[in-house]
Design a protein around this ligand. Sequence first.
Ligand SMILES: NC(=O)c1ccc[n+]([C@@H]2O[C@H](COP(=O)([O-])OP(=O)(O)OC[C@H]3O[C@@H](n4cnc5c(N)ncnc54)[C@H](O)[C@@H]3O)[C@@H](O)[C@H]2O)c1
Length: 349
Amino acid sequence: MALFEHKEFDNHEQVVFCHDKVTGLKAIIAVHDTTMGPALGGTRMWSYANSEEALTDVLRLSRGMTYKSALAGLPLGGGKAVIIGDAKKDKSEAFFKAYGRFVNALGGKYITAEDVNIRTSDIAIVATETAYVAGTEGKAGDPSPHTAEGTYLGLKAAAKHAFGSEDLSGLRIAVQGLGAVGYDFAEYCAKEGAKLVVCDVNQEAVDRAVAELGAEAVSIDAIYDADVDVYAPCALGATINDETLKRIKAKVIAGSANNQLATPAHDKILKDMGILYAPDYVINAGGVIHVCSEAANFSFEETAARVKAIYNTLDKIFTRATAENRPTGEIADEMAREILAKKLAEKTA
Ligand SMILES: NC(=O)c1ccc[n+]([C@@H]2O[C@H](COP(=O)([O-])OP(=O)(O)OC[C@H]3O[C@@H](n4cnc5c(N)ncnc54)[C@H](O)[C@@H]3O)[C@@H](O)[C@H]2O)c1
C-alpha cells in the first residue's frame, strides 16, 4: 500500500498508522497541512473493507479539513483520523484510551473531535489521555445551531446570485433531513417567508415541521421531484448524482450535508446544468467554527462574526465562478490554496 504514490496523497505532512496490541485498535491519523495552525478534524469509526479504503478516506477527508478551516478563516490546519472497526462491537474504555495516547504522541499537531460513529462520550475517554481534543461535553457544546445559521446565510448569498435577491420570501425550498441542523435551518427559512417542502425518515420531525413551519411533507424519495427553487441536502452525502440530477428542478443547491457530490465531476456537471452549488464544506463551516471557538478560546462575538462571514466567503466564490465561468467547488478549492500559499509565504519570508 504505497503512500506517496497514492492517488489521494496531496503532500500530507504526516500520516500515522496506529496499532494497539492489547485492545486491537487500528487507526490512521492524517495530518494534511498545519500552515494555518494545528490540524483539527474529527475521528471517524467505520468497518472499512480493508486498510487501503481507510487510507483513501483519511487522506481525502484530512485535505478537506485544511480547505474548510482555511476558507472559514480559522487558525487551524487540516487533519482527520479513521478507526478501522465496528462501532457496535469494538468500542471499550481501554480502546479509546489507547487511541488517546496515539493522539497525544503527536504533541498537539493533531486535535481530534467526534465524527461518524464517534460520540462525545468516546471523546471524553480520549480526553483522559490527551488535551488535544475539541467539541467535548460541557465545553463549546452542540455545534448544530451555528451550522444551521451558516447554512441559512450561505443560502442567502446563493439566492442573491441565482435569483437577484437574498430575500428568501416566496422561494420554495426542499429541505432533506430535519435533524439537529436541518430543522433549525428550515425554521430560519420559514421565518423569512420561504415555502418549505420537507422529508425525513423520522416522521415526528416531519409532523413538527408541518405543524410549526407550515411545511409540505413529501416522501424521502419524492424530495428529488419537488418543484422548488432550492434543494437543501441536510441529511446524507452523495445525494447529488447522475440519477438525482435527472429529477432535481432547483436552480440552487445549498445545504449542510457533508460530501454532497457523488464524484468531483459533479461540480462541473452542476455548472453546465445552470445550477448554483454552494460548496458543502464552505456553507457548513459553522460547525468547525464552533468547535474551534473552544480550542482557540474565541469570544462569543468573535465566533458569531466568523459564522456570519460564511455569507461573504460564498459571495466571493460565486462572483469569481461567474466571472471566470468555472464551477464553484473548483473556485473554493483554489481560494483555499491561495490562502495557504499566502500564509506560507508570510511564514517563510
Ligand atoms: N451538526 C453539525 O454541526 C454539522 C456540521 C457540518 C456538517 N454537518 C452535516 O449536516 C448533515 C446533518 O447533520 P445533523 O447534525 O443535523 O445530523 P442529524 O443526525 O441530527 O440529522 C440528520 C437527519 O436526517 C434524517 N435522515 C436520515 N436519512 C434520511 C433520508 N434518507 N432522507 C431524509 N432524511 C434522512 C435523520 O432522520 C435526521 O433527522 C450531516 O450530513 C452532517 O454531516 C453537520
